[in-house]
Each structure stands twice: as C-alpha cells, then as structure tokens.
Design a protein around this ligand. Structure first.
Ligand code: BDR
Ligand code: CA
Length: 346
C-alpha cells in the first residue's frame, strides 16, 4: 500500500489522475494540494474539490481535504494554458458540481476560524503524521503541475525529507517539448522550482512527455469508457454513456481531444499525461526507467525550461544519493499500456 500526497493543477488530465488515485486499491490518499498552472490557482483549487465530489471520493475518503498552494512560480510571472484546458482549467466538462456549491466547499481545508489551511502546512502535517517519527509510513509525493509547492516543501521542511518515499512528477521531456521546441509545460512554468526538487536528496521519478505521448485515449478507448461492453467500430458514433460519471469523463476526453487536435495535431486522441504518475506509484512494474542526472535550463534564450537529461553520463555523478552531484532521477522510458487499466477504459 502506498501512502500518497498529490499536488495538482486540474486540468483535464490532472482530473483523471485524481480519479485513478481515489479508486486505486494500492493507494491511500492523504490529501491534495493545488498549484497555479493550467488555470489560476483559484480555479485549480476549486477544480480539485469538484473532481473529488464528482468522482465519488466521499465513500472512501470522507476526511481528506484540498489545500490551496502557490499562486505563482518562484521567480516568473504566472502563466496559464486556456488553449488546452479552457479558462477555468476544466473547459467543456459536464456534470461537475458548481464551484461555489456546499458539496464542493466541504472539501476545502479550513481552520477553526474558517480560514484556508495552505498547501505547505497541509502537506507537512500529513507527511509528519504518516511518518510518525519513523514508526509509520513514508509518503510518495505526486506532482502533476508546476513544482512550486514541492520546491517550497523541500526548502521549508528539510527535516521531513526522510519521510518522503519519492517525488514522482509528470513533466519534462528527453529532447522534446510541448510549450517550446524543447520545454514541457509544467517545467517551463516554474523551471527554478523544478531544479530545486531535482537537487533534493530524495528519490525522484520523472514521467516525461516522450512516455505520456504513448498513453493516448483513442476513439476505441473512449467508446469502451462510455459503455464497457460495447464493441468499437471506427465509423460508428460513440455509444451512449452508461452512467453520469462516464458521461462526465467522456466530455472531459472530448474537450481534451479537440485541444490536442487543434494545437498539436494529435488526430488519434489526447495523451493522459498526469494519470501516469498515479499508475507509476501504484504499479511501477509497468514502467521501464533509467537513472540519469537531470537538470533544468533556467536561463537559455531558446531552451528555457528544458530538462537536460545526461544520457551519455557526461557528468561524473554518484548513484548512492539523489541530490546535487548525483544521478538524481529515474526517467521513465516506456509504459506497458496493455496491462494498464487506464487505457483499457475500465
Ligand atoms: C502537462 O501540462 C498540462 O497541460 C497537463 O495537465 C500536464 O500536467 C503536460 O505537458
Ligand atoms: Ca497537470
């Protein structure tokens, strides 16, 4: 059983990561913090709570909460991505509860005075509690957005890093970008934060776009998601959704598919980037990884935000630690989609 904290910026694919996390039998979810990213921090905070409510978190996790985090990157101005996710981060998704409704507000972490408990405090408390001075469990920290909150956690709570099992982040690419020729969106938003996390003396796994671009929700998967018993015919219309949840997910996939088609020319469907972080934590055996030194270009005129993966071991790095001067990161190379339930649409 993995004890997991999630830091997210929902975001269509972040929403699928939340869905997978709350229903994965191999995961105990401790809480969710949110960051600026795909939309403003105000929206991503509300969206995480809307997802918990719509995806049925209350039966297994009535007590977990959502904690609002960074509103902007460490040094750069905030940047959002309405072209991909809509202005509110979950454009086109039907069936989510209203952001101001009581059923959404119930998920917000507040103190006795009704003030929001911030991400850093929520995360630190959850990690400390799970670790219980070494008698409890280590926590796997998942990041599926810009890593501002995680970098702050590293800087503010170095004493809690022993309690972190690993940082697993969706972001970066190996010689590949999506928001510039070489920079992936999450890293580009806050490259300085990403470098701080990469230098932390904690095991890390990076799920780059080279791998997430293989996890495509094709029309066949989409059809199966709508109605698990239907067989797919390329020219037939999609089946009717068997449940409200399936309808909600279908509208999510359709919007994301349209974004990816118009922006990147993906004709077969959108990549489920962020869900792979959860798949990795619960089933690492589905992934092939190689350990490298990874750094982030924070100043380059043409390459700012690029993850520089030292595939040829140009830097002399040790493999006994995970921080500065070490081969600091496992880099995912491939995922076995056939054995992964996400892309069977189950
Ligand atoms: C990443 O950027 C966002 O669009 C997605 O939510 C994902 O985390 C992919 O580059
Ligand atoms: Ca994301």
């Amino acid at each position: 059983m993995k004890h997991v904290w999630m830091d997210v910026d929902p975001g269509h694919d972040d929403a699928t990561a939340i869905l997978l996390a709350i229903h994965s039998p191999d995961i105990t979810l401790l809480g969710i913090s949110t960051t600026h990213g795909n939309a403003s921090s105000d929206w991503t905070f509300k969206n995480a709570a809307r997802c918990l409510q719509a995806f049925g978190a209350s039966s297994r996790y009535p007590d977990i909460r959502v904690y609002p985090g960074s509103t902007k990157p460490l040094l750069r101005p905030a940047k959002h991505d309405p072209e991909i996710h809509g202005v509110d981060g979950l454009g086109g998704v039907e069936g989510l509860p209203d952001a101001e409704s009581p059923e959404v507000l119930r998920w917000f972490a507040t103190d006795a005075d009704g003030k929001y408990t911030r991400a850093l405090d929520g995360m630190a408390l959850a990690v400390k509690k799970a670790w219980n001075g070494g008698r409890g469990h280590k926590v796997s920290v998942i990041s599926s957005g810009p890593m501002t909150n995680i970098a702050l956690f590293v800087a503010v709570y170095p004493d809690l890093l022993d309690a972190v099992e690993e940082f697993v982040f969706m972001g970066g690419g190996v010689g590949l970008g999506n928001r510039s020729a070489v920079a992936e969106y999450n890293i580009l938003c806050d490259p300085h934060a990403a470098q701080i996390v990469l230098d932390a003396p904690v095991k890390k796994t990076m799920i780059p776009i080279n791998v997430t671009h293989t996890a495509i929700v094709t029309p066949a998967v989409h059809a199966r998601l709508l109605s698990p018993n239907s067989s797919y015919h390329p020219n037939a219309p999609l089946p009717q959704a068997a449940t409200n949840l399936r309808h909600t997910l279908s509208t999510l996939i359709s919007f994301f598919a349209d974004s990816y088609k118009s922006t990147f020319g993906f004709n077969d469907g959108p990549p489920l980037h962020d869900a792979l972080t959860v798949a990795y934590v619960s089933h690492p055996e589905l992934f092939r990884t190689i350990r490298y030194r990874v750094d982030v270009e924070v100043t380059g005129t043409h390459t700012s935000g690029e993850t520089v993966v030292d595939m040829w071991n140009y830097q002399a790095c040790d493999e006994h630690s995970w921080g500065a001067g070490a081969k600091n990161c496992l880099v995912a190379q491939a995922v076995d989609l056939f054995h992964s339930c996400i892309l069977r649409g189950d």
